[in-house]
Design a binder for this molecule. Structure first.
Ligand code: AMP
Length: 194
């Protein structure tokens, strides 16, 4: 069943990346979330694309919920957030971000971004939740990841139904529309169980 999104967790880089389009896309998504009244949930820092999207939401009058560890907060915590939860561990941070969010948007990023994205997708394929997960594919950044996931399907390590639950779009309006129309798969995880 599709549903209106009230809050979205954005997983994105703690760096700005090479091309200005990455920063521009973060600002565009942040602005859109604020205009649509969708709260941003994110990792609570002021660096890279994370800082850009939080600032864009705030400057357009939107709501931002940051969740961060104490150690990271001392180094890179965003000082302008009214709602910043400081938690003891990275695992609690991800659990909290998951609980606060109706869906997940993955923007360009490195290991941290990919790890957070793969975790919510793993939970989805196990049927632990039915929230949409969408990749915002700026400059084709995720093309090779999607090719790799197709390879995983070919090699029968990933079910095509689980591959198909991954949403991807080049612009944030389209991605939000796809997320709101998302119908969760009920396919069980096991491939080739004998
Ligand atoms: P990365 O893509 O490796 O830059 O990691 C970004 C993701 O990992 C974010 O969504 C954060 O949750 C977490 N993360 C990694 N590095 C930082 C950092 N310096 N400050 C805050 N969060 C970070």
């Amino acid at each position: 069943m599709s549903a209106k999104l009230k809050s979205v967790c954005v997983n994105c880089a703690s760096s700005p990346g090479v091309h200005p389009e990455y920063v521009e896309a973060s600002r565009e998504l942040g602005t859109l979330l604020a205009q649509r009244g969708i709260s941003l949930v994110y990792g609570g820092s002021n660096v890279g694309l994370m800082g850009e999207i939080a600032d864009a939401v705030l400057s357009h009058g939107g709501d931002v919920f940051g969740v961060i560890t104490e150690e990271l907060n001392n180094k890179v915590g965003h000082k302008g957030l009214r709602e910043l939860q400081v938690v003891p561990t990275m695992h609690e941070r991800k659990t909290k971000m998951f609980q606060l969010s109706d869906g997940f948007i993955v923007m360009p990023g490195g290991l941290g971004t990919l790890e957070e994205a793969m975790e919510v997708l793993t939970w989805a394929q196990l049927g632990l939740h039915s929230k949409p997960v969408g990749f915002l594919n700026i400059r084709g950044y995720f093309d090779r990841l999607m090719d790799f996931l197709d390879h995983a399907v070919d090699q029968r390590f990933l079910k095509k139904e689980h591959r198909q639950m991954i949403l991807i779009a080049e612009n944030p309006n389209q991605l939000l529309a796809d997320m709101e129309a998302y119908i969760p798969t009920s396919m069980e995880k096991w491939v080739d169980r004998k």
